[in-house]
Design a protein around this ligand. Structure first.
Ligand SMILES: [Zn+2]
Length: 389
C-alpha cells in the first residue's frame, strides 16, 4: 500500500461520553486530552459546550492549552450553540443538521430549504467571527438520507465556508462489498463536488452496530476520505465507533504512516477504561491482555524460535512484549522461555517437568500462572518427592 494523507479525529470526550453510564470529570478529560496530544492525534473533539456549564468550562480550558492537536467542539445549527463554542476558543467546529425529508417534516416541521438556510446562516456566522476556524458540516444519518438532499445541503455548506463534509453512518448501516458501501459513497460525493469545482475535505464517522466500523472507515479511505473519526475503546452511542488503537495500528502497518507515539496507547486505554468503567477486553487487538500472548504448545514452540510464525504484528511497535501463557496448554518450550524471563536457568530436566506438571494442573482449574509465581513453583518443585510408588 502506498502512503496516504489521513487525519485522525478522536471523539472519546464527545462521542465517548455518549456511552450509556460514561462520564469523565473535567480533570480526567484533561488527562485524556494530554495523552491524545502526545500520541499525535490531529483533532480532539471535546464536547458540546451548550449542553452544560461543566462541558463549556472544560472545552474552554482544553482550547486554551498549547496542544499540537486542534481542539474541537460540537454545535447544533443554532446561533447560541455556535457563540458558546466560539467563546471557548476552539480551532474546529462541528455543525450538524439533518437533511432527510422524513425527519425534517416529521420532527422539525420544516423542509430542506429551511434546513439549508439554517445551516448556511450558522456556517457564515461562525466563519465571519473566526475566519481561521475549521468548520465541519455533518448531514445527520448521511448515508440513509436522500442523496440529492445530502449533496444539495453539503454544497450549500461548502459555499458558505465549511471546510469539511462528514459522512455519518450514524446507525452502523453500511457493509463493505455490498450495494451500501462507503467506497462508492465517498467516490460519488467527491465526484459531485469536483463537478462544481469544490474541494472540501471528506470525513467519515462510522458506527459499529454491525461490527464493521473500522472496515467501513478503511473502505472510505480507499475512496479518498481525508479524516477518520475514532475513540478509545470505540466508545460511543450503542455499539460505539471505530476503535482508535486498531485504526492507528492498521494505518501504521498497511499505509506506512509514521509519527504516532503508539507506545502511549496502553496508558491511554488504561486511563479511559478506569474512568469509563468499560474494561479493555482481554482479546482486544493491540491493547488487550492477550493481544501478544501465545498459548497452545505448538504455537509457543514455533513462536519462541521465530515469532512471525504466529504473529503478523510486532508487539514492540506498541511498547508491548510477547508473552507465553502458562496454563494447561503449555509445553516445555514455553516453560523454558518463561524461566529465562525470570532469570532461572540450569534447572534439572526432572524439575523442569515437575514445574510443567504443576503449571498444567493449575491451568486445568481455569487459571493462568503469572510469571511472578514461577520462582516459587520452581522452589516447591525442587522439594517435591514422589513417596508413593
Ligand atoms: Zn456518532
Amino acid at each position: 500500500m502506498g502512503t496516504v494523507n489521513i487525519k485522525i479525529l478522536d471523539s472519546t470526550l464527545r462521542e465517548g461520553e455518549q456511552t450509556p453510564g460514561v462520564y469523565f470529570d473535567s480533570h480526567i478529560k484533561l488527562a485524556i486530552a494530554e495523552l491524545l496530544d502526545e500520541i499525535g492525534i490531529d483533532i480532539i473533539e471535546t464536547g458540546h459546550p451548550a449542553v452544560t456549564d461543566e462541558i463549556y468550562s472544560t472545552v474552554k480550558m482544553l482550547a486554551g492549552k498549547q496542544f499540537k492537536s486542534v481542539i474541537g467542539a460540537h454545535a447544533r445549527s443554532v446561533r447560541k450553540d455556535i457563540e458558546l463554542a466560539l467563546d471557548c476558543g476552539v480551532g474546529f467546529l462541528g455543525i450538524f443538521y439533518c437533511v432527510s425529508d422524513e425527519r425534517l417534516n416529521g420532527v422539525f416541521k420544516k423542509d430542506l430549504q429551511d434546513a439549508i438556510e439554517k445551516i448556511v446562516t450558522s456556517i457564515e456566522f461562525a466563519k465571519k467571527e473566526n475566519p481561521g476556524l475549521l468548520i465541519r458540516y455533518t448531514p445527520e444519518d448521511t448515508v440513509r438520507s436522500e442523496y440529492k438532499n445530502v449533496i444539495t445541503a453539503a454544497v450549500a455548506a461548502v459555499e458558505a465556508g465549511a471546510d469539511i463534509i462528514s459522512i455519518a453512518d450514524t446507525t452502523g448501516f453500511m457493509v463493505p462489498g455490498t450495494s451500501k458501501n462507503m467506497y462508492d459513497y465517498v467516490t460519488r460525493l467527491k465526484e459531485d463536488f469536483d463537478k462544481r469545482s469544490l474541494n472540501p475535505l471528506i470525513a467519515v464517522h462510522c458506527h459499529n452496530d454491525r461490527g464493521l466500523a473500522l472496515a467501513n472507515a478503511l473502505d472510505a479511505l480507499r475512496g479518498g476520505a481525508n479524516i477518520i473519526d475514532a475513540s478509545v475503546l470505540g466508545l460511543g452511542e450503542r455499539a460505539g465507533i471505530v476503535d482508535l488503537a486498531q485504526l492507528l495500528a492498521v494505518l501504521t502497518l498497511e499505509y506506512n504512516i509514521t509519527g504516532w507515539k503508539l507506545d502511549k496507547l496502553s496508558d491511554l486505554y488504561n486511563l479511559v477504561s478506569t474512568h469509563s468503567g468499560v474494561p479493555v477486553p482481554v482479546n482486544s487487538p493491540i491493547v488487550g491482555k492477550n493481544a501478544f500472548t501465545h498459548c497452545a504448545g505448538v504455537h509457543t514452540h514455533a513462536a519462541a524460535i521465530n515469532p512471525m510464525h504466529y504473529e503478523s504484528i510486532n508487539p514492540e511497535l506498541f511498547g508491548k512484549e510477547r508473552h507465553f501463557a502458562l496454563d494447561h496448554m503449555s509445553g516445555i518450550a514455553s516453560v523454558r522461555f518463561a524461566l529465562k524471563q525470570v532469570g532461572i536457568s540450569d534447572l534439572e530436566p526432572e524439575t523442569e517437568l515437575l514445574v510443567l506438571e504443576r503449571i498444567k494442573s493449575i491451568g486445568q482449574r481455569g487459571r493462568i500462572v503469572e510469571l511472578s509465581e514461577l520462582p516459587h513453583i520452581v522452589e516447591t518443585s525442587k522439594h517435591y518427592k514422589r513417596i508413593i510408588k
